[in-house]
Design a protein around this ligand. Sequence first.
Ligand SMILES: [Zn+2]
Length: 221
Amino acid sequence: MRNVDRPKKPPSLCRNATRWRKELLAALSSTKQDRELINRRFNRYNKEDIRTALKEMYGGLCCYCESKIGVVSFYNIEHRKPKKHYPEYTFEWDNLHLVCQMCNTYKSDKWCDTNPILDSARDNIQDHLSYKNVGRIRWPKSHRGTTTIDHAQLNRQGLLDDRLEIALPIMDAIHDLNDDPHSPNAGLARAQLKEKASGKYGSLINWLITSYLQDPGASDP
Ligand SMILES: [Zn+2]
């Protein structure tokens, strides 16, 4: 999980969110309890422009685990505050995120009022989440970090394995740079590390760079 900037609200939400919210709450409070109608009204957020804006916001990566979505999973829209418990937030732009199917399934309708799951666009993620064991383990720095790891299962086995696979070659590149910081390829290697830090598992790559890559000036005589 890492920080992102939220783009402006997509047109379909600008036009319809207030009405959709009103009509959903009306269906929910009706004595008839028409499940089909309620489901239809709940699902009105499922629009292409909303999905596109979220894909751009997250560069196609899951808001929680930073895996690349779209290759093996559909792009799911996440309601950080679960719509089941907070239907009034179903069409709130600030409540919508992009999530992979795994994180979506684990997080489901979980919510903790005292220490809520982190918000990539509003919280400073680095204040709450770190790594340990060369990036294999997501490590909490706060109670909200603990909630986030727990609700999205950020230390599930598949992620531990995948993160390690990413971390090992990054660590090799970092060791090479530390051993010979002024080699002819050092500039390119640094640029490649920086570029990788903006992609899949970017928070892990950034953490490895910050924790292990030495300042090239430090070894100057
Ligand atoms: Zn995920």
